[in-house]
Design a protein around this ligand. Sequence first.
Ligand code: KG4
Ligand code: ZN
Length: 337
Amino acid sequence: MSVILAIESSCDETGVAVVRDGREVLCNALATQIDLHKAFGGVVPELASRQHTRVITQLVEQAVQEAGLNVPGRPPAGDLKLDAIAATNGPGLMGALLVGSCFARSLALAWQLPFIPVQHIEGHLFSAFLGDPPPEFPFLALVVSGGHTQLINCRAAHDYEILATTRDDAVGESFDKVARLLNLPYPGGPSIQRAAEGGNPNAYDLPRSMRGKDTMAFSYSGLKTAVLYTLQAGDANTADLAASFQEAAIDILVIKTRQVLKQTGLNRLVLAGGVAANRLLRERLSELPGISVHMPPFAYCMDNAAMIASAADSLLAHGRTSGLDTVPDPSLPLILK
Ligand code: KG4
Ligand code: ZN
């Protein structure tokens, strides 16, 4: 039994959540910066850090009120006591990570609670535990975000093996880059999904890289270049090209996931990361025969603090708290050497 307040600030969303026992979300406050970065076509790190600083106090205040927390030095909003404070520790933008981490460590200091640093991808993995039913270990995880495209053998909590990763662009990154080529707004994933709705997914013949059975890797730069060449050839239809790109990008994920499920003999699959919000991907994976697929609810696909609190709950149970001098690492790996 634990109640954890967690902060996520690794990129362009500020999140503060309170979660009980790793599964029950009592508050999931989120401030997105999409409008701030839209004009630049992508995240501007310095602006992101400044915006996190502006909203974080207010979000912590909201979390205290909504969850009904009783914390030292202020009138009780309820009678719930916290057991620990957590924050994303990397990977991400250093300035952005520092805002959440420093705030969380200050709270831990003031409220005399343990501090739990959480690796962002491990947070995404735990977003599946916020859905019903929660997955059981061992399982294969497909982590698809703006920075990651990975298949991970999750043998037990905090015991992972990366089986496949991308050689170049991440799948979310390719959605963002192709959206820019098609003059669709940032973030590219949702824009392409919307544009693709009215398009023909077979209109353009785009490559599915790394489909060979022995290649334990993804690659997305060839697909992006193929879209560019199609545009340069002239007269491309945006809806058709968006639909054809989405079809190819999702196909690559599904082909490789099927191969690795077969090779490992695992029959449980967890989908996680921002691209997990993609409807076509969710549809295709749920059709895999003999595989029980766990997908986070939409609210927990994109960056949020509830998933960080869920991972922190398990870390706390495994005694994985940390000193208040723990500094974020912008390239923190999932598996420490
Ligand atoms: O996990 P996330 O919120 O942040 C990172 O940790 O990177 O993922 C953001 C990524 C972006 O590249 C965004 O374009 C992509 O997830 N994304 C989508 C969809 N919604 C978000 N990609 C495809 N289809 C979507 N519906
Ligand atoms: Zn993320």
